[in-house]
Design a protein around this ligand. Structure first.
Ligand code: FAD
Length: 504
């Protein structure tokens, strides 16, 4: 049987594209490697606790809601805003607040810095520029007409310039205190590496749009998309990895799966990550060496160690948490780069998961998620094949997890004695279970260099006719944050197909 479209992967990007196409009467086959849909927004269960594999919240809930309504999902979903707090030896503040408030707090903490007001007024203009970027920038639209409007042209030029300007250069023009520069440049304690444009997008989400959690849980949204897809007659096949995309006369014409199973279609949409798609699924054909070299070399965002804890809340003091997301650094030595395993000297994220999703933990219990960034290479010595590790891996990751819990105890006294359930994810988990190249978490690198090399903001169209991308790796910047960007690119891929024109 031939399909109109094959979608590979049922994360937010793949499900959004597949459901929109099925709603519009296209014959769609959705192939998912895992036994379930949802991708990295899936939840898993351990001893009565349900924990999220990835996402803990997202921005632009009204855009997500509008998309869901447009594909016929009418369930009532309420959104609650999640707040973010940073605690370091220098300050303790909830920073997910409007600039007017943030400015006053920072002026109080850093009285010697005289340009805080000037910075916020200049930076607000950048935020205004990027705020609703998907509604006016041609890269984010399927119907991008030739632009002649001089106002719009100058707006686009500004965005391009900011995309190539390192935020560190801008921040150093206003400030001297490295703690302040790091905070404004990373929303934490790291030296700024991203572009001014990306920083603007990040602060717009944090201060202005907010980060929200839906009443049905994030997994509830992908469940609704799956139901709608089935209702429109789409064909979903789980536990079926695509191994190759094959071409005919230079255009995508189908895919093959284990056991020699083949499926044919006019279009193939990949919710797989970009590197996996072009370095494994469609090798060679139609791609220049230069193109393959850039796909190989441009890094993705890195991975992390994540420790999931089911706890007895009566045995730990959680008073320090003024918000469900706490970024915490116990010691802050600006002169020395801390070792990866030195958790007292590194920034960690602590999420009070049970506060966000009380229905997903047993009564009278609580759940915490501790996260700290780690590159894949730190763990690669343990990897012996997909979902295979050598013996010492388990002892090592447990030792690391316990050390992270101990470091978290500096701010949450009693934590170690409160732990009843512990599960650990490493970059190997995010690669083998999350299906992400080297366990990457959040799309392409956020480093200013990445945008410079990729050059394009939207990567939905690919060099191979009738192959499209959907999901967070289909954009060089997460301009709406993770999930809404995955939905937006999935929707764009569907629109390109519905337009009926080959974009090449
Ligand atoms: C630890 C972590 C934390 C995160 N936190 C947030 C957050 O708080 N907020 C946020 O917005 N985003 C967050 N993200 C990013 C998040 O993953 C996305 O925003 C969103 O879930 C991405 O959806 P996607 O469709 O792009 O990709 P995915 O969810 O990765 O979906 C891709 C799908 O493709 C499938 N697949 C891969 N290869 C094949 C194959 N060969 N054949 C068939 N199927 C295949 C996969 O199994 C998967 O189901 C986080 C990610 C991680 C890993």
């Amino acid at each position: 049987m031939k399909y109109d479209v094959i979608v590979i992967g049922a994360g937010f990007g793949g499900l959004s594209c597949a459901t929109k196409l099925a709603k519009h009467g296209r014959k769609v086959l959705l192939l998912e490697k895992k036994p379930h849909t949802g991708g990295t927004s899936h939840i898993f269960h351990r001893s009565g606790f349900a924990f999220p594999m990835g996402a803990l919240g997202f921005s632009y809930p009204y855009k997500v809601k509008k998309f869901l309504e447009n594909v016929g999902i009418e369930e009532k979903i309420a959104f609650e805003r999640s707040h973010y707090q940073l605690v370091t030896p220098h300050f303790d503040m909830v920073y997910s607040r409007p600039f007017d408030e943030l400015k006053k707090v920072l002026a109080h903490i850093f009285p010697e810095e005289k340009k805080i007001g000037a910075f916020f007024s200049d930076f607000s203009r950048i935020l205004d520029l990027v705020a609703n970027i998907s509604s006016w920038h041609p890269d984010y639209q399927v119907h991008a007409a030739k632009i002649t409007d001089p106002v719009l042209l100058s707006r686009i030029t500004l965005v391009e310039n900011y995309s190539r300007t390192p935020s560190a250069t801008m921040l150093e023009k206003y400030f001297t205190h490295p703690v302040l520069i790091n905070f404004l440049g990373s929303q934490g304690t790291y030296a700024p590496t991203m572009s001014v444009m990306n920083l603007g997008l990040m602060w717009n989400i944090m201060s202005s749009e907010g980060i929200w959690f839906p009443s049905c849980g994030i997994h509830g949204l992908t469940d609704s998309l799956e139901k709608a897809f089935n209702r429109y007659g789409g064909k979903l096949v789980t536990s079926t990895p695509v191994e190759k995309i094959f071409l005919s006369y230079g255009k995508a014409s189908g895919v093959s799966c284990p056991g020699g199973q083949k499926f044919f279609a006019d279009w193939v949409v990949c919710n797989t990550d970009y590197k996996k798609t072009f370095l494994q699924l469609v090798t060679g054909n139609g791609l220049t060496k230069k193109y393959l070299k850039s796909v190989k070399e441009i890094p993705y965002t890195q991975s992390e160690l994540c420790v999931y804890l089911g706890i007895d809340p009566n045995k730990v003091n959680l008073d320090a948490m003024k918000a469900p997301h706490l970024f915490y650094r116990h010691k802050y030595n600006l002169n020395k780069k801390p070792a990866q395993e030195d958790f007292d000297n590194r920034e960690m994220e602590i999420c009070l998961w049970s506060d966000k999703a009380p229905d997903l933990v047993p009564p009278e219990k609580a759940a915490l998620i501790l996260r700290v960034g780690f590159p894949f290479r730190h763990f690669s010595r343990f990897w012996t094949g997909e979902k295979k590790r050598n013996e010492s891996y388990y002892a090592y990751k447990t030792e690391l997890a316990l050390s992270l819990v101990k470091a978290a105890e500096n701010i949450l006294p009693g934590l170690r004695s409160a732990v009843e359930v512990m599960e650990i994810a490493t970059p190997l988990t995010y690669q083998d279970w999350g299906q992400r190249h080297l366990g990457s978490l959040a799309g392409w690198t956020w480093h200013v260099k990445g945008e410079e090399i990729l050059g394009k903001k939207i990567l939905v169209k690919t060099p191979i006719p009738n192959i499209l991308m959907a999901g967070i790796y289909a954009a060089s910047e997460l301009f709406l944050g993770g999930i809404p960007t995955a939905i937006h690119t999935g929707s764009m891929a569907a629109d390109i197909i519905l337009l009926g024109k080959n974009p090449h």
